[in-house]
Design a protein around this ligand. Structure first.
Ligand code: COA
Length: 346
C-alpha cells in the first residue's frame, strides 16, 4: 500500500486506527503466495449526528500493484470490504477519492455536505487576536478530546483514539489557552492530505478564528491562503467567518454507498415515524424494495434514494422536497447533517 500510495513513504503513522497497535481497523487483501496484489483499509465507526447515531464503515487506501491493474482486483477488494463492513453492522460506507469515476461506476454516490472556507491575507488581517497560542503538547490531548466531543456532528472516538490521531505526522496543531485552560484548538495538514487546510478544530468561533490567524502568521508568507473545513450546521462559525469577509462554499462530504438496505430502511422508518410508513420487502433474488407511504400516497425507493433522503450531496434537498410534496407530508428529522472531521478519514 505504501509503495502505491506514498512512493515508499510512511502510511502507517498517518492512519493509526488502521495500522497502529491494537487498531480497530482492518485490511482487506487479495494476492497469491503471500504476496499482496490489491488491498484496502476498513474501519467501523459510529457517527453522532445531533441526537442520532448511525453505524458506518470507512474505506481507504485502495491500491493495486501497478503490474496487476485493470484485472478487476480492486473491484473485488472493494466488494469484499463492503460485505465485511455490512457484516460488522455498518448501514452505509464512506470514502474519499481523488477520482470519483471509478467508484461512481460501482454504485457510490456523493453524500452529505461540508462548509469550505478560504482565508487570504486580507481576511486574516481582520481576524481577532486573543488569548495565548502555542503548539499543542501531549498534556493538552485530554482537553482537546473534550473540546472535540462537544461537536454535535462527529465520529464517536475514545480519548485514546483522539490521542493517537493527534500524533499524526505532518500536522501542526495550535491551541489557545488562558492560564492553564485550553479553550480552542485547530489542526492544520495531515500526512500527505489536507495541505494548507484546517480540518479539525474545537472551541468558540472567535477563538478558532484567532487560531486561523496564528496558523497563517506562523507560515510566514509561504501560503497565500488557508482553507478551513466545517460541518454543515456550523452556523455560528459561518456567521463570524462571513463577517470578516471569508469566502465560503458548500462542498460534498464524501462518496457513500448503502451497505445494508434493510438496516437503512429501518433507520428511515425511525426518522419518519409519525409522518410516513416504511414497508420493506425482500424479493426472490434477495433484492430489497422499500416503500414509503402516507395515508394518501406511496412511492418505492432505491438504495441511492435513501442516501439522498438521509443527507443529500451539498445539502440540495430537491429529492426530499419532491417526495414530501408527492406524499403530502413533511419529514421534520430529515435531512440529517452528518460530519466526519479530517482526523477520522482513512
Ligand atoms: C484505482 C486502482 C485501485 C484500481 O485498481 P485495479 O485493480 O486496476 O481496479 P479494477 O481492475 O477493478 O478496475 C480498474 C478500472 O480501470 C480501468 N483500467 C483499464 N486499464 C487499466 C490499467 N492499465 N490500469 C488501471 N486501470 C485500468 C479498468 O477498465 C477499470 O475501469 P472500470 O471502472 O470502467 O471498470 C489502481 O489503479 C490504483 O492502485 N491506483 C493508484 C492508487 C489510487 O488512486 N487509489 C485510490 C485511492 S482512494
Amino acid at each position: 500500500m505504501e509503495r502505491v500510495l506514498r512512493s515508499g513513504g510512511e502510511l502507517a503513522g498517518e492512519y493509526p486506527l488502521v495500522f497502529g497497535p491494537d487498531a480497530p481497523g482492518s485490511l482487506v487483501t487479495l494476492g497469491e503466495d503471500g504476496i499482496v496484489h490489491s488491498a484496502c483499509a476498513t474501519l467501523v465507526r459510529d457517527l453522532v449526528i445531533g441526537g442520532e447515531r448511525l453505524r458506518i464503515g470507512l474505506i481507504g487506501s485502495v491500491a493495486t500493484d501497478p503490474d496487476r491493474r485493470g484485472r478487476g482486483l480492486a473491484t473485488r477488494v472493494l466488494e469484499a470490504a463492503e460485505r465485511e463492513l455490512a457484516r460488522d453492522g455498518a448501514v452505509l460506507a464512506l470514502l474519499w477519492a481523488d477520482d470519483a469515476s471509478f467508484y461512481r461506476r460501482r454504485g457510490w454516490r456523493e453524500f452529505a455536505s461540508e462548509l469550505d472556507f478560504v482565508f487570504d491575507a486580507e481576511v486574516v488581517a481582520r481576524l481577532p487576536q486573543r488569548g495565548t497560542q502555542r503548539r499543542a503538547a501531549p498534556d493538552d490531548e485530554g482537553a482537546l478530546h473534550r473540546l472535540y466531543s462537544r461537536h454535535r456532528s462527529r465520529v464517536e472516538r475514545t480519548e485514546a483514539e483522539t490521542r493517537a490521531l493527534l500524533r499524526s505526522p505532518g500536522m501542526e496543531t495550535l491551541v489557545m489557552h488562558e492560564d492553564r485552560d485550553v479553550r480552542a484548538y485547530a489542526c492544520l495538514g495531515r500526512g500527505a492530505d489536507f495541505a494548507g487546510t484546517i480540518h479539525e478544530w474545537g472551541g468558540s468561533p472567535e477563538d478558532v478564528l484567532a487560531l486561523v490567524r496564528a496558523h497563517f502568521e506562523r507560515l510566514h508568507g509561504t501560503r497565500n491562503e488557508l482553507f478551513l473545513l466545517a460541518p454543515p450546521d456550523a452556523h455560528e462559525f459561518a456567521a463570524f467567518a462571513k463577517d470578516v469577509g471569508a469566502r465560503s462554499a458548500v462542498g460534498v462530504l464524501a462518496l457513500a454507498k448503502i451497505l445494508d438496505p434493510i438496516a437503512a430502511a429501518e433507520r428511515l422508518a425511525d426518522w419518519t415515524r409519525g409522518e410516513a410508513r416504511v414497508d420493506i420487502e425482500t424479493g426472490n433474488e434477495g433484492e430489497t424494495s422499500v416503500t414509503l407511504s402516507s395515508p394518501t400516497h406511496s412511492t418505492t425507493l432505491r438504495a441511492s434514494d435513501l442516501l439522498e433522503l438521509f443527507a443529500p450531496a451539498r445539502g440540495e434537498c430537491a429529492r426530499l422536497g419532491e417526495l414530501e410534496r408527492r406524499l403530502d407530508v413533511s419529514f421534520a428529522r430529515l435531512p440529517l447533517a452528518p460530519f466526519v472531521w479530517g482526523l477520522d478519514s482513512i
